[in-house]
Design a protein around this ligand. Structure first.
Ligand SMILES: Cc1cc2nc3c(=O)[nH]c(=O)nc-3n(C[C@H](O)[C@H](O)[C@H](O)COP(=O)(O)O)c2cc1C
Length: 171
């Protein structure tokens, strides 16, 4: 799929078919994520890959009962490794870069999934302590995004956008 077509086709999808995403496809997504830029090339993030039905159900509860989390074939959790970024970049690494590294990686995950004919949704509403417990996060590893991925049960419509003039400032 062409890049602009991929960007255009990505829609937040909250209902998935039961069809499983195979290991090869998961690996393709992870390979694309691994190419994302990161501050100083540190890749100060971790990716937790959840396929177990039981863990997905526990994760759903940690995500304020959002059913997309349990329904998806696979759930990726991107967490910021704040300590790692701090070691090189001090406060800016701790406060900002590690979170940005994890965020960009999660965006690559969504776009790679779309390019492979899959759908996803960015889940940001969750209990961070409970998600950290479920993924056995290290101290100072902070979950940033939960991304359920699967085959869409129906394609959602396009959501609205601001006009560019409301976003873009010419300086
Ligand atoms: C930081 C962030 C947090 C979000 N949290 C949630 C969430 O918890 N649950 C959900 O269903 N969608 C969530 N979304 C998805 C947005 O609702 C969605 O991207 C937005 O409505 C635009 O729709 P689109 O993705 O289909 O273009 C989140 C998106 C972002 C970027």
């Amino acid at each position: 799929m062409d890049f602009f077509e991929t960007v255009d086709k990505r829609r937040s999808t909250r209902a998935f078919q039961e069809k499983e995403v195979d290991i090869k496809t998961i690996k393709q997504i992870l390979d694309a994520v691994n190419l994302a830029p990161s501050a100083g090339g540190l890749q100060a993030y971790r990716i937790s890959v959840v396929k177990s039905k039981k863990t997905k159900e526990e994760l759903m509860l940690a995500c304020l009962d959002q059913e997309s989390v349990a329904q998806a074939s696979v759930v990726f959790i991107f967490s910021a490794d704040k300590k790692q970024s701090e070691a090189k970049y001090e406060a800016r690494g701790y406060e900002l870069y590690a979170v940005q590294d994890a965020t960009i990686a999660a965006a690559y995950c969504q776009l790679a999934a779309t390019a492979l004919g899959l759908s996803s949704v960015w889940v940001g509403a969750f209990d961070p302590l409970e998600v950290s417990r479920l993924i056995s996060a290290e101290p100072e590893e902070v979950p940033v995004a939960v991304i359920p991925v699967g085959y869409a049960a129906g394609m959602p419509g396009r959501t609205g956008r601001k006009q560019l003039k409301a976003l873009v400032r010419e300086v």
